[in-house]
Write a protein that binds this ligand. Sequence first.
Ligand SMILES: [Mn+2]
Length: 352
Amino acid sequence: MQNRLKKVKEAMNSKGVSALLVTKSENQVYLTGFHSSNCQLIITADMNYLLTDFRYIEAAGELAPLYHVVLTDHNVTLYTFLKELGIKELAIEDSSISYAEFKQLEEKVGCHIVSGDGIVEGVRVIKDEYELEAIRKAQEIADMAFTHMLNYLKPGLTEIEAALELEMFLRRHGAQALSFDTILVSGTRTSLPHGTPSQKKLERGDFVTMDFGCVVDGYCSDMTRTVALGSVTDEQREIYDIVLKAQKAGCDAIRAGLSCKEADKVCRDIITDRGYGAFFGHGTGHGVGLEIHEAPTLNGRSEEVLEENMVVTVEPGIYLPQKFGVRIEDLAIVTASGIINLVKSDKELIII
Ligand SMILES: [Mn+2]
């Protein structure tokens, strides 16, 4: 935690920010390890303040001496406290503050407000050993769940029933939560990249796409596999092979120093060359950590460059409306020489 605070202060310093108000809850958890529904952090060059109410004050006190903990009540609020500190210029997290709060800062504190967006996220993008271990554990459970589903999926089950089985497996094996609402779609519905499970029954000849993840120690995992039930057509096999080739090329290319734009291009070129570029309408990947989608972004517009100990997904897909879709997604730690793929599940075409 001390190290994380140090890096945030360095980032503040390089951006000329003297005081930062941290309102984004994932950033608060990152800097305190403390979860609450009411917390504000004020970070300055030489002080760290944590403001919270009576419900959390005892738990927050355990963070001493890293934070000066301030009890808020009807007399002491964020605004009175900031005024008392005499802060002249305050950086805020633009994307994680309400208009109402912003107005209060202007009216009650009267300090100059500047953008501090992305300061903490910029530090979070490189994972430390604790974080990597949590993501590893979350992915291990997800891999076990995928293996379980290979034995469980059969014609006649609804997508909802299958998704529920997957989610229960994750929770039973140590997941504290799901990373996001499980995507489990079949047949023509696999052309919906983010379709939600429905009452549709799984049928022989269907592709089934499962995109899912779970949370361990606050950190998310994310993986996607597309499997076939009973049989596949030549077209299904062809599309699967193109996506697999693109996905493997992405995994082979990614390493520290490669631009995110280039990583996207490696996958996209293979799909475009085969004539399906128009059917790959999303980016190749994204960072994963406390949030399921965080920096960096692997797409054609990204200006970011991959660095060691970033954790990113590699997930090209092809979606043919009214027909079917295929997505294959791995979760990888970026290293100087390539990736450590955290997803151990087979990605060759599996026909159940
Ligand atoms: Mn993903």
